[in-house]
Write a protein of this length. Structure first.
Length: 85
């Protein structure tokens, strides 16, 4: 059940990041889930490094969405840089 919950939360976080990030990103369902899971994972790592979270604690929902938006911005810059060549 934990993996299913991770996928559902990853999807919700990924969709919110796509809604909050300006511009259109052509990402499919799986890429959106991966975006949300990566945002949550990185928010947890950053939060542990800064002392906001303990080991084993999940990152906060808002922090996960913020990091997912940042990842989406980086993805857009990388993708935009490749298509311009």
């Amino acid at each position: 059940m934990g993996i299913l919950w991770t996928i559902v939360l990853g999807f919700v976080i990924g969709v919110l990041a796509k809604v909050l990030h300006p511009g259109k990103e052509n990402m499919g369902f799986i890429a959106t889930i991966v975006l949300g899971i990566a945002g949550s994972f990185l928010a947890g790592v950053i939060g542990q490094f800064l002392g906001w979270y303990q080991a084993g604690e999940g990152a906060g929902f808002i922090a996960s969405v913020i990091v997912a938006v940042l990842l989406l911005a980086v993805y857009g810059k990388l993708r935009g840089g490749q298509s311009a060549k």
